[in-house]
Design a protein around this ligand. Sequence first.
Ligand code: B3K
Ligand code: ZN
Length: 871
Amino acid sequence: PPTVRLEDYRPSDHLIDRVELDVRLDPHDTRVTARLAIRPNPAGRPGAPLVLDGDDLRLLALDLDGQPLAPAAFRVAPSALTLPEPPGRPFTLTIETRIDPSANTKLMGLYRSNGVYCTQCEADGFRRITYFLDRPDVMAVYTTRIEAEEAQAPVLLGNGNPVESGRIEGTGRHFAVWHDPHPKPAYLFALVGGCLDRVAKSFDTREGRTVELAVHVEPGKAERAAYALDAVERSMVWDERAFGRAYDLDVFNVVAVSDFNMGAMENKGLNIFNDKFVLASPETATDADYAAIEAIIAHEYFHNWSGNRVTCRDWFQLCLKEGLTVFRDQEFSSDMRSRDVHRIGEVRTLRARQFPEDAGPLAHPVRPRQYAEINNFYTATVYEKGAEIVRMLRTLVGESAFRAGMDRYFSDNDGRAATVEDFLVAFEAESGRDLARFAEWYERPGTPRVAVTGTYDAAERTYRLDFRQTRPGAGDDAPPLVIPVRLGLVGPDGPLGEATCPQVEDGVFVLDAFEAALTFDDVTAPPVPSLFRGFSAPVRVDMAMDDADRLTLLRHDSDGFNRWEAAQRVAARLMIGALRGAATDAGADAFAAALGAFLDARALDDPAFAALVLALPSENDLADEIGAEIDPDAICSARRALRVRIGASLNPRLRALRDALAEPAGTPFSPDAASAGRRSLRSAALDLIAAADPADGTALARAQIAAATNMTDRLAGLSTLALLPGSAREAEFAAFAECYVDEPLVLDKWFAIQATIPEDGTIERVRRLQTHPAFAMTNPNRVRALVGSFALANPTQFNRADGAGFALTAETVLALDRTNPQVAARLMTAFGSWRRLEPVRRAAAESALRRILATPGLSRDVTDIAGRSLA
Ligand code: B3K
Ligand code: ZN
C-alpha cells in the first residue's frame, strides 16, 4: 500500500467553506446530495486539479454552479472524483451519491446498527458518504438536512443546533435540519436516525448559555443512561473550572449504538458512543464500567476544545488532540476519584499496552512520520504516551505556566488546524523555557531506560545519585531526552525533609543529559531514594535495591504511587527470581509479612489502594520486564506460586478484611470511588484466599455470587471461580448465561472471563463459544470480548507452544477481515510481542503471521499490521 509521509505535507489546493448536505435515509438506497462551496486555496498550487476523495461511492449526478458537468470535464471512480481543470474562482459543486447503509459492515461512513442509522467518519469515513476533500485541514460550516421514514427513524440528529423539522405530508416521511456554525473538518461530521429513548437535562454554562444535554439509547434503556448524563454535566463543570473551557452550542447530544469499532467519537455536538460506554445499572455494570463511562464521556466532551475547536492539521498530529485529551480526562477522573489510585491505574495501562508496543515491531513515535493506514495509529503510544508528554510538560513548566500555556494554545489556535509545534510554542511563550529539546519526546520510538546508583557518604553526610539514560529502539544517534525526575529521600521513619540538593526544585530534578549526578546534603543516615514519584516520566528505571529498602518505601514514602510501586518491584523480583530458580521461600515470606503489616496499618483507610497493592504484577507485566526468550507457562506458574504463598500466609487477615468490608444488608448501591474501593479490596482478598485454598475459595466465591446485589460482586466471584476448575465453576457459568441471556453487554463479560482461563481446554471453549447464539462476528464488542480477550489477556493459551492459540486468532482475523478490517487489524496487534518469545513459540507465531500476510485479498489494515510485525 502507498505510504503517506509527514515530510510530504502540503496545504490543500482547494478549500471548502460551506457544505449543505441533504441526506434521504433508506436502509439500502440512501441518497446524499452535497452542495459544496469550493474555492482555490491561496496557499495551494494555482490551477491544480480538484481531486475529491471517495470510498465505495456511486455517483448519480454532478453539477457546477447549477449546470450539469459535461462528461469530459470530470473523471469518476468509487475512490475519487476529479475535475482536471476546475474554475480558478469560487464555485459550487453539487454531487449526488447513492449508498447502502445496511451493507456497510466496516462500520465506517453511514451504517445501521440494530436498525439505527449512524455514522463514523474519523479518520477517513466521510468519503464513504460523499466525495470530499477528506483531510482535517479543510474546515467547513455544515448545514445538514436529514430525511427518513418517520416510523423507522422518529429521532433525527445532526451536528450543531436544530433549525427546523417537519413532516412531508402523505409520504410517511419527515425531516430535520441542523446547522453547525463552527467550521470543522469532515471527520467530525455525524448524523443519527432511529427509534431512541432519551434522558435530558438543561445546563447553564458560565458564559450564560443554556444547553440541552441529552443521552439517547435503545428504547427501554433510558434509566441506564442516567449515569452517563450526569457524567456529561460533571465534565462540563470541570472543564470550565480546570481549563476555563465552556460549551459552545445550544444542544449536546450523546447517542449509544451497539455496533461500534471503538469506544466513542467526539463529533461536534453529537457524540456517538459504543453502548458499552454509556449504559449502566448496578445489575449490569461493574465499578470498572462506571469508571470507564465517566472517563470516556469526559474524554469525548473535552475534545470539543482539544480536537474540535482546535483540530489537527494532518493525521501525523493525532497526539495533539488524543494525547492532550487523554491527559485532560485523566485529570478529570483523578479529581472525581482518588488521585493516587487513578495514577496507578494510568501507569498500569501504559505499561500493559504502551511499553510492549514500544518494545516490539509496531513501535512508532508519538508523532509518527509515515503511515500506510492511519486507522492503525490510534495506539497506546499516540494516546497514553502522548498524555504522559503533556504531563511532563506540566511538571517542567509548573502549574501556572501550564495553565496559561493551555489558554494561549486554545486562543491562538481557535478555529484552526494546528500542529505539535503550535502547541509547544504556547508553553514557551508562557514559561520562557526553550522546549526544542523537550520536543524530542514526540520524535522517536522506544521506552527510555534510566539507570540510577546511590552512594552514601557517612563522613560527609551526603548522598549522591548518579543517573544514566539510554534510549533503546530510538537509534544510535538519538539525542538525550529531557526527563523530569520527581524524587525525594526516605529514611527508616519517613521522608527526609531536611536533605537538600540545589538541582532539585520543588521536588523535581530535570535530567537532560545522558549522564548526571546529584548530591544531597545533610543526610544523617543512609537513605532510600524515592525516584520518579507519581511516575514523573514514562521510562524504565534500573536501580539495584534490597527488598528491605523497597519495603521501607511501601511503609513510609509520602508518594502513593511509589508506595505501590515498591510492592510491585518486590513481587516482580520474587517471581522472576523464582522462574530462574533464584528466589527463596524466605523472600516470599518476608514479602507476605510486609503485606500483612501494610494491610493492618492501611487497608481500611484506603481499600482501593490496598487492593492495588495486593494485585501482583500481571503475567504480561512480568513478560515485559523479562523482555526476551519468554515462556508464558513458566511466568504463569511462578506467579501462581507466589499468590499461593501469600494467600496462605495472609489467610486469617484476608478473611477478617472481607468481613470488615462487607456492606450491611440493604445498603443501596453506589458507584462512587469509596464504595468501589471496598468492593475491590474484598474481591482481591477473595482471589488470594482462593489461590491458596481452592475448596475454601470455591465456597466463598459461590457465596459471594449468591449474595451479590450488583454486577461488580457477582462478576468478581465468577472471576475467582474461573481459576478453580471443577463442576462448581461450570454450574456458575451456566447459571450466569441463563440469567443474562438478553443482556449482550453482560454476556461479553462472561465471554471474556472464559476466554482468559489459563488452561489447555480454553481453546476448545472459545471455539464452542464462537457458535453460541449470543456471539456475532458482526459486533465488535462480541469479537473483542471473546477473541480479543483470548489473544490479548490469556498469555499462556494465546502463546501455546503448539501454535493452536495463534491459529485460532489468525482464523478469526482472516474471517473478520472480509467484513470489518479495522477491528481485524486491531485483533492482529496481539502478535506484536512475538519476537520476544522463546524459540518454539516464536516460530509458531511467525508462521501464523506469514500465513495471514500470504492470504489473497487481505485488507490494507491487516496487511499493514502483519507486514510491520514481520519486518
Ligand atoms: N477520536 C476517536 C477515535 C477515532 C478512531 C478512528 N479509527 C475517539 C477518541 O479518541 O476520542
Ligand atoms: Zn480521543
